[in-house]
Design a protein around this ligand. Structure first.
Ligand code: HEM
Length: 495
């Protein structure tokens, strides 16, 4: 009895005390049940709505909180040389962060040991509002034009009839998508199954711009380097984990943070002047390419530490919403046409998946000390009214009476000059194979053996014409690459 007395009293969401949580209200003890039982109806109908639609991609993930500490420098130079973003400017400045790691293709309860890219999404809660960096662990992507995203994802998702992931569907699409060879070479190597989230790197993948106080911009790529080292699994090691546990990576991260072993990642950038770089054999805006480190060195910017676990999976994981359009002053878009497509897609899906007021949820809103002042109003599940100033009647701008005003006019917008014919056309410098070939040659022997084994195992389940097409692509990347896959499949390179 005394144990019970310490507990808060159970209520309905209306605040009514619940006197009986074991039995419904019925006519006699055997029923029939009555329908006026508010407590029962509230409880069961809320349960019926416990799920929101899972993410169309990256459904399985895990979230943790922490902080980012700036070095105040970018490489050896003051950060302000490249960017006016406040979070980078001073040494020791700390910015709260929330990170969501994820797999891409599986559903919400799928295996975390799957061969799949891993999502690496970081929400920086800066003085100037939120900045989301939504990246992956493989540095590159399958496609370079956003219009192909639904196709690449459909090919990787389960068959619409049998609901099984089918290599034949995947390689049918990929064999018609030569720009995917670089990503496939990473994905089917051990990098395609990171050991866990702590020992995995991250990259922004798409190209952004940094803009300084004089309004000058440079092109930039972001990278997160794990301070726990980088470790991956072979297919056999992954199968062993998967047989026992579908969520080993979430468990590993959660338990490490509970033990006080706080994982860290150093943020590095690569920088290029803001032009087309005709001297390069690839386009700097092409997300199927890396920027070679020997030409564009990694410059350290700061350190992220994850030090706090979530307290509710639904509120902080299912409802968190990242997007590539969520930038702060000093960090800007580039002309990368994938990035523009992504920027539409994220907020669009979140308005559907979470609801039109998803930005009012604490996990998505800016830090409490950043006042949100808008004239946006209403919509499903509107939770609060944004700051409108002293006069609540004025929810429009401009007004001579009261309301909100525009921010400081001294803000120097970055204004790149763009001209050209409007068209639907592929980029000129496609160079689909050379970086994939280089990656193949730079692998350790065991990694290359694993790559060939994984490709052969999957391609063996494909139609012959698809096998032959893939072998042709691999041969373009590197002769030995094509030959070894062909040998594994028992077909001729020149078929
Ligand atoms: C045009 C190409 C792309 C489109 C249209 C697209 C679209 C989407 C959509 C609709 C979601 C679900 C978001 C949500 O429900 O909250 C998502 C999640 C995600 N995407 Fe993309 N994506 C694209 C490319 C990429 C690329 C290149 C990367 C990696 C650099 C990436 C990384 C992620 C990550 C990490 C998430 C999960 C975010 C989270 O943890 O909530 N996506 N993407």
């Amino acid at each position: 009895m005394s144990e019970q007395a310490d507990k808060p009293i159970l209520t309905t969401r209306q605040g009514h005390p619940v006197h009986n949580n074991q039995q419904q209200r019925t006519v006699g003890s055997r029923g029939p049940a009555t329908l006026e039982n508010y407590h029962f109806l509230e409880k069961i109908s809320h349960f019926d709505r416990e799920r929101i639609p899972e993410r169309v991609v990256h459904a399985r993930g895990f979230v943790a909180h922490g902080e980012f500490e700036a070095y105040g420098t970018i490489g050896d130079e003051p950060a302000s040389k490249y960017t006016r973003a406040k979070l980078f400017r001073t040494r020791g400045r700390k910015t709260p962060v929330t990170i969501r790691f994820s797999t891409v293709i599986g559903g919400r309860d799928s295996s975390e040991a799957a061969r799949d890219p891993r999502g690496f999404a970081v929400k920086f809660r800066t003085d100037d509002g939120n900045w989301d960096m939504v990246g992956n662990n493989l540095q590159v992507f399958f496609i370079r034009d956003a219009i192909k995203f639904p196709d690449v994802i459909h090919s990787l998702k389960p068959d619409p009839v049998t609901f099984r992931q089918e290599p034949n569907r995947i390689f049918d699409f990929m064999s018609n998508t030569p720009e995917s060879m670089h990503m496939l070479t990473w994905l089917f190597s051990p990098y395609g199954i990171p050991k866990n989230y702590r020992t995995m790197r991250g990259s922004g993948v798409n190209t952004y711009r940094l803009v300084n106080a004089d309004g000058e911009g440079v092109l930039v790529k972001f990278h997160w380097l794990s301070q726990q080292g980088e470790h991956n699994l072979t297919e056999a090691q992954a199968a062993e984990i998967q047989a026992r546990d579908l969520g080993h990576a979430s468990k590993d991260l959660y338990e490490a943070i509970e033990r006080g072993e706080f994982p860290r990642w150093e943020l590095n950038v690569q920088i290029m002047s803001d032009d087309e770089h005709p001297e390069l054999d690839f386009d700097p805006l092409d997300d199927t390419k890396i920027w070679p480190e020997e030409d564009f060195p990694y410059l350290p910017v700061g350190m992220m530490t994850l030090n706090r676990n979530i307290t509710d999976h639904h509120n902080e994981n299912e409802q968190i919403a990242f997007g590539t359009g969520v930038l702060v002053d000093g960090i800007d878009f580039s002309d990368d046409k994938m990035l523009v497509g992504r920027t539409f897609s994220y907020s669009d899906t979140q308005r559907y998946r979470v609801g039109p007021n998803y930005l009012q949820l604490p996990v998505n809103a800016p830090r409490p000390d950043v006042v949100v002042s808008t004239n946006q109003t209403g919509g499903a599940m509107s939770y609060a009214v944004d700051n409108r100033g002293a006069n609540l009647h004025i929810n429009f701008e401009p007004s001579s009476v009261a309301g909100l005003r525009e921010a400081d006019e001294s803000y120097r917008e970055y204004r790149p000059f763009v001209s050209g014919q409007i068209m639907k056309a592929p980029i000129e410098r496609q160079n689909n194979y050379s970086q994939a070939g280089r990656r193949y040659r730079e692998m350790a022997d065991w990694e290359r053996d694993d790559l060939i084994l994984n490709l052969v195992t999957n391609l063996a389940r494909c139609d012959k014409h698809i096998q032959e097409k893939m072998v042709w692509h691999f041969s373009q990347c590197d002769e030995d690459y094509g030959r070894r896959v062909a040998e594994g499949l028992g077909i001729s390179v020149n078929a």
